[in-house]
Design a protein around this ligand. Sequence first.
Ligand SMILES: Cc1cc2nc3c(=O)[nH]c(=O)nc-3n(C[C@H](O)[C@H](O)[C@H](O)COP(=O)(O)OP(=O)(O)OC[C@H]3O[C@@H](n4cnc5c(N)ncnc54)[C@H](O)[C@@H]3O)c2cc1C
Length: 382
Amino acid sequence: MADKTFLSWPFFEDRHRTLADGIERWCATNLPVDHGNVEAACRELVQKLGRDGWLAHTAPNPEAPSPLDVRTLCLIRETLARHDGLADFAFAMQGLGAGPISLFGNAGQKEWLKGTRRGETIAAFALTEPRSGSDVANIELTARRFGNGYILDGEKTWISNGGIADLYVVFARTGEAAGAKGISAFIVPKDLVGFSVAEKLEVIAPHPLARLELDRVTVPASAMISAPGDGFKVAMATLDIFRSTVGAAALGFARRALDEAVARVKSRELFGGPLADLQMVQGTIAEMALDVDAAALLVYRAAWAKDTAAARVTREASMAKLFATERAQRVVDKAVQLHGGDGVRHGHIVETLYREIRALRIYEGASEVQKVVIARHTLAGA
Ligand SMILES: Cc1cc2nc3c(=O)[nH]c(=O)nc-3n(C[C@H](O)[C@H](O)[C@H](O)COP(=O)(O)OP(=O)(O)OC[C@H]3O[C@@H](n4cnc5c(N)ncnc54)[C@H](O)[C@@H]3O)c2cc1C
């Protein structure tokens, strides 16, 4: 049974504790799912999460808007990740994909949120390109003005939900200025002429991922989110919210690894007693527990700050993501070690966690990028 004492921390309100109970019960009934066909599994998870109301937390209701609650997003992601990494992915991408519309969309654009909140429309966030990942301001996909619209040309890669999404928010160079100030965000439905999935990408923990090609894709001017040149701001504000939630997913993987390790060292008999009696093993368990709690403090501090006080929490979110993902990798590695040979057996839960955690240190800003952000704020005296 995962530790729940953190729910009594002052970051949370009673509604969060009730929600944490609810999502735990939902996970116990519905997860894990069979990942044999990862695209089908992901579609099914989105439908189920939508049907049972969980996706309603990923975007504001267009008819009664209220701000996204980051503590809620983090609690749901942490719990889903503890049970099934693909379920966390399905939930998270609905939020990230729809995030630019939730935060900056006009009333017409927000109509899309009805479908993403119900799990009837799958969303994707298309920023990365083959020649610009960490160097976001360098994107090359162009959007040229043509009549009352824009023509989009170029490539996107590493796009989560690529191939199964109905709706892509695509960031493109509109050229108002050089670099970050010359980018705009567009809503691109999947069935537009010239839009195609060029390649499906396979990774160590299978999720739907693709490289996309846009060959003279025409969108109306009304597809632009916010104003021309605002795309970088739109992307960064979206990441400001969802970065802390990546830390929460990492925390979920770490908690599961710790639970598995504790169960293992208590039940495994070695040298005439349980493995848990060996002091070096106890030292490892203590380090794991410390990393989990410290990560939880940073994740829920960032979420609480966003919900209650600060307009931007760039520094706090970067700290949460950096620490939680790096320490989760360490915790999971220790769990594998404590399982001995079983820990590296294909399909064992700690082996799965070992594969699941890795990409979190790279996407939505690699760890080094988070350090750059934290250092910039610290040096500026923020
Ligand atoms: C599983 C997965 C899902 C993803 N989903 C999406 C998605 O839905 N949408 C989307 O747009 N993108 C997505 N991405 C892309 C992701 O955001 C990029 O992979 C990430 O930003 C890194 O870019 P890159 O792969 O081009 O690596 P590069 O930019 O080439 O960086 C390589 C490495 O260089 C180092 N580095 C980078 N910058 C610095 C620095 N300033 N100082 C020191 N070292 C540095 C880091 O170690 C980094 O990992 C996804 C990626 C993965 C792996």
